[in-house]
Design a protein around this ligand. Structure first.
Ligand code: HEM
Ligand code: HEM
Length: 187
């Protein structure tokens, strides 16, 4: 299994980053929705701290993934109408933007609220700026809305992946899956 992508399939690094991040973002998003309902307590502080640490880790992985995307190849796209190729490109660019903007807006909200920030209790993470309740409100609204925008983009993204697999019966999904074999009929 090649670490680098080829013209035919995604490499191990691209696939590993895609699936670790997909799982991490979905879990951290669900965790975020759940944690805001917890009554003020020590548990709430710890649960929030974990959400922030996982979110910062996902931000670092998103930067790593983008850097890797710049040096790695992109497999050739499967034949499709022009509008679908354009829609896929726009969705992918949007997804990259959202996986950066969501954790950044969380960090911004945390900073503007004056809350402390640590990475898994190992080291302190600096604030993005000073305390400001108006900015904190804007950042919180951004954090919430960007998350729901991501959910909408994922409906399109997952729907497209399933359509490629079950309707077009091409290799778009299999070449991104960790261990699946390519469909021999496609090339
Ligand atoms: C939070 C969840 C997810 C995020 C943020 C995400 C993000 C992305 C991004 C940005 C790309 C573009 C890669 C590139 O061109 O550099 C991509 C590719 C892909 N994703 Fe996801 N994804 C997620 C979940 C999923 C799920 C659940 C599936 C499957 C059902 C999936 C299937 C695919 C496939 C098949 C490709 C390759 C498309 C191609 O070869 O053109 N993704 N994903
Ligand atoms: C990919 C990463 C992340 C995802 C998917 C995510 C998602 C979410 C979601 C869905 C909520 C619930 C919003 C609501 O309904 O009120 C939330 C809340 C929150 N997030 Fe994140 N988040 C991420 C990263 C971060 C980071 C990096 C930080 C801070 C460093 C952070 C700080 C917070 C805080 C403080 C809240 C609670 C807001 C409140 O008190 O209402 N998040 N997050």
């Amino acid at each position: 299994m090649s670490l680098l992508s080829t013209t035919q399939r995604w490499g191990a690094v691209a696939r590993l980053l895609h699936w670790i991040m997909a799982a991490g973002i979905i879990v951290n998003g669900a965790w975020g929705l759940w944690m805001v309902g917890i009554a003020p307590s020590m548990k709430k502080i710890n649960v929030f701290a974990l959400h922030k640490s996982i979110g910062l880790t996902l931000l670092a992985l998103a930067l790593l993934r983008l850097a890797w995307r710049l040096v790695d190849k992109h497999p050739e796209v499967e034949p499709a109408p022009r509008w679908q190729l354009l829609a896929a490109r726009l969705t992918h660019v949007g997804l990259y933007g959202l996986i950066l903007a969501i954790p950044l807006s969380g960090w911004w909200f945390n900073s503007a609220s004056g809350y402390p920030l640590q990475w898994f209790k190992h080291f302190k993470v600096p604030a993005m700026g000073g305390r400001d309740s108006d900015l904190a409100h804007i950042a919180l609204v951004a954090h919430q809305y960007l998350f729901w925008l991501l959910v909408a983009a994922l409906v399109l993204h997952i729907g497209a992946a399933l359509k490629h697999h079950f309707v077009d019966r091409d290799n778009t999904l299999t070449r991104m899956l960790p261990l699946a074999r390519r469909k021999p009929s496609s090339y």
